[in-house]
Design a protein. Sequence first.
Length: 121
Amino acid sequence: MKEQLIEAAQPYVTIIVMAFFSLLASIATGAIKKAQKKAEQYYMANTSVKDRELFHKVGVEAVAYAESVFKGSEGDKKLREAIDYVIGKLRVMGINVTEQEIRAVIEKAVQDYNANAKKSA
């Protein structure tokens, strides 16, 4: 009698155990997705900061390049060359920014350059 009861209950126990493991798998999948989303947010936030720092450094390089290579040229020519320099560098690195952002970085770098030139003079 006891054996018949166990045999009769066996399919139900199997179904319950399978449902339990399915539930655990669903919970684990949800937890992994949440962790992935947080990791992506962290990555995006830090990449943006690092990209901005790199962007600023490239802007400073561009100003130094334009000031030394195009010494006798007018400001507009130097600006155009600096913008082209930044666009070329960032394109190679896979960073996309607008020309307006590039100009802002270059203008800031020019201000810093001029301030340092006045201090050393």
